[in-house]
Design a protein around this ligand. Structure first.
Ligand code: ADP
Ligand code: ADP
Ligand code: ZN
Length: 222
């Protein structure tokens, strides 16, 4: 069996999953699978599925398991990678079971699930200050991670910096409720499988990255 490393980043909206996933891509050559990004792509393509998901996403609710599992299945079937970072997936127990089955079918497994713990007050600040580069996807924050030059992406120089339609207080309330009701049970699910590691997501970006690196190294050599 070939050696692959598959990592799930688990945490509420704004915990820092996307930020850290991008670093793991840079540092370890893993492939980031963000269902949020896939769904935003689907909605901008104006397809039938796109129209359905746009409304659900803007309200802050979860898109159906069927749609999301379909997107992940397609990516796993068509992507060669030394491993995947699942960012924002799975978000329900049904999605977690489906992912386990898909990986088993490929002779692979989840190596480690990293839970990023951040309290709700910090999440409001994180979400309300978030903006991203429309060209390369780099994630920024008004105060904790501003661009070096105002209005210009540090990574690619694009001036197409944008805020997400669902990054508002109203939608965040729903997204947090969805997280606690439907996603947080995954903490127990993966703990019971012996795969869970938790870290303090309130630390600064560099500190979180360092801790995450240690966890991934330990999981890979285990
Ligand atoms: P998620 O993918 O979990 O929703 P993001 O990675 O998009 O979270 O981060 C949410 C916001 O918080 C972004 O604006 C990001 O720049 C900022 N951020 C991420 N990690 C940290 C951190 N450790 N400390 C402070 N701000 C952070
Ligand atoms: P955040 O990390 O800030 O919550 P994401 O980009 O991961 O944002 O997700 C944005 C929205 O996309 C979610 O609020 C939800 O509507 C939808 N979504 C993303 N991933 C999933 C998933 N695995 N299952 C169901 N809905 C999802
Ligand atoms: Zn950019």
């Amino acid at each position: 069996m070939t050696m692959t490393t598959n990592i799930i980043l688990l945490g509420p909206p704004g915990a820092g999953k996307g930020t850290q996933a991008r670093r793991l891509v840079e540092e370890r050559g893993l492939v980031q699978l963000s269902t949020g990004d896939m769904l935003r792509e689907a909605r901008s393509s104006n397809s039938e599925m796109g129209k359905v998901v746009a409304d659900v996403m803007d309200k802050g609710q979860l898109v159906t398991d069927e749609i999301v599992i379909g997107l992940i299945r397609e990516k796993l079937e068509t992507t060669e990678a030394p491993g995947f970072i699942f960012d924002g997936f799975p978000r329900t127990l049904a999605q977690a079971d489906a992912l386990g089955d898909l990986l088993t079918g490929m002779g692979q497994q989840i190596d480690v699930v990293i839970e990023m713990q951040v309290d709700d007050a910090a999440l409001v600040d994180r979400i309300s200050g978030r903006f991203t580069c429309g060209n390369c996807g780099e994630v920024y924050h008004d105060t904790t991670r501003p661009t070096e030059k105002p209005g210009v992406c540090d990574v690619c120089g694009s001036t197409d910096l944008k805020r997400r339609a669902d990054d508002n207080a109203e939608s965040l309330k729903t997204r947090l409720l969805e997280y606690y009701k439907k996603t947080s049970p995954l903490i127990g699910y993966y703990y019971a499988q012996g795969r869970l590691q938790s870290l303090n997501g309130l630390a600064d970006i560099e500190e979180v990255a360092g801790r995450m690196g240690q966890i991934v190294d330990a999981a890979v050599s285990a």
